[in-house]
Design a protein around this ligand. Structure first.
Ligand SMILES: NC(=O)c1ccc[n+]([C@@H]2O[C@H](COP(=O)([O-])OP(=O)(O)OC[C@H]3O[C@@H](n4cnc5c(N)ncnc54)[C@H](O)[C@@H]3O)[C@@H](O)[C@H]2O)c1
Ligand SMILES: O=c1ccn([C@@H]2O[C@H](COP(=O)(O)OP(=O)(O)O[C@H]3O[C@H](CO)[C@@H](O)[C@H](O)[C@H]3O)[C@@H](O)[C@H]2O)c(=O)[nH]1
Length: 331
């Protein structure tokens, strides 16, 4: 019995593969390396298929060869700003490609999927912390594609008995404590790595996208969650589905504390000891002002407890990776 991880060469996928392997799972990775890194796969030492999830015939062969019972599905495009500029890329690679993957699963009798959903499904929340039952109304195409996939999964459970656990991550950050894997998006657009690239002298400054939001200091508030805490939630979700539970369920994954962009810069100055220049810039289209999770459902249902909850620890973990690997996975 093995777990097939799509997007396992990417940031959160590679950390989850490491977590699953450390807990004795047989894991196989499928990734087209559009944004992932072969260096991550080498570090993990698991069977790897360099291919697109839309190649359904190959997928069916792999399901059968590796006796796959569960898919953990990370493969996607996932940048809020880019999705506003090029929405059709997102509907194709997220919605349509996931449709192909689900077809192959149904045809092969693979019945469990853990899906990477996002806080972006909520849009501008009416209240924080956000509960899973709160309204979903995405403010950007990326969030809309993820919500559409959640709905595909609802209907697929009803029609084919395909079980799904949808993990709605808030903002992932940090790196593996021992393996040489960490965050390396190209171009990097995520706040914490961008701030740390300023500390490394690779960028002159970080641009703060908007300082006129309705928040304490006017900058956007997010709930940062350590990537290894996300990884452990996937392991628990797989356990839940294998035990016969889990039908078509969604869980928030965050720490329940919001930090503004300015606070992230401040904490990063403290952790790195560098001054880190920040300049005000225009708002980025599609950004909600405030996203903070209530994760009480994941705690009570999955038995999930984040281990690296405070922001200083999360930034320090990312800083270790960036200092040791200033060029990420290299060229
Ligand atoms: N990074 C975050 O803070 C965050 C927060 C919420 C949700 N998510 C979701 O988590 C998942 C992983 O995010 P990440 O930051 O690790 O991104 P990432 O870009 O590092 O990883 C995505 C991986 O999927 C692969 N991929 C993309 N399209 C593919 C396709 N059609 N076929 C095969 N492989 C394909 C890429 O090569 C890459 O390795 C995404 O689904 C994203 O939407 C991320
Ligand atoms: O150079 C930068 C980069 C980001 N930000 C701001 O920092 C916050 C966090 O931005 P970023 O790190 O890009 O993450 P998000 O846009 O919040 O999106 C991440 O978190 C979402 C969940 O909340 C996921 O769904 C997405 O995939 C993931 O990219 C936002 O308010 C940005 O406007 C800046 O001010 N300057």
């Amino acid at each position: 019995m093995s777990v097939l991880v799509t997007g396992g060469a990417g940031y959160i996928g590679s950390h989850t593969v490491a977590e699953l392997v450390a807990h004795g799972e047989e894991v196989v990775v499928v990734d087209n390396l559009s944004t992932g890194h072969s260096g991550a796969i080498y570090a993990l030492g698991v069977p790897f298929y360099h291919m697109d999830i839309r190649e359904t015939e190959r997928l069916r062969e792999i399901f059968s060869r590796h006796a796959v019972d569960t898919v953990v599905h990370f493969a996607a495009n996932s940048l809020v700003g880019e999705s506003v500029q090029d929405p059709l890329k997102y509907y194709e690679n997220n919605v349509a490609a996931t449709g192909r993957l689900l077809e192959a699963m149904v045809e092969s009798g693979v019945q469990n999927i853990v899906f990477s959903s996002t806080a972006a499904v909520y849009g501008e929340p009416a209240r924080v912390p956000i509960a899973e039952t709160d309204a979903t109304s995405p403010t950007n195409p990326y969030g809309d594609t993820k919500l559409t996939i959640e709905r595909m999964l609802d209907w697929s459970y009803q029609a084919y008995g395909l079980k799904s656990i949808r993990l709605r991550y808030f903002n992932a950050a940090g790196a593996h404590p021992t393996l040489p894997i960490g965050e390396d998006h190209r171009p990097e657009t995520h706040l914490i790595p961008v701030v740390l690239q300023v500390a490394l002298g690779q960028r002159e400054h970080v641009a703060i996208f908007g300082d006129d939001y309705d928040t304490e200091d006017g900058t956007c508030v997010r709930d940062y969650i350590h990537v290894m805490d996300l990884a452990s939630a996937h392991r628990l979700a797989i356990e839940r589905m294998r035990s016969g539970e889990g039908t078509a369920e969604s869980f928030n994954l965050g720490n329940g504390t919001g930090f503004s962009v300015r606070q992230v810069v401040e904490v990063s100055r403290k952790v790195t000891g560098h001054s880190i220049q920040a300049v005000n810039a225009a708002r980025r289209a599609g950004d909600p002002a405030r996203l903070v999770a209530s994760s009480s459902l994941a705690r009570s249902t999955l038995g999930w407890t984040p281990q690296f909850a405070d922001l200083e620890t999360i930034v320090a973990s990312a800083w270790n990776w960036h200092q040791a690997h200033p060029q990420g996975f290299g060229e």
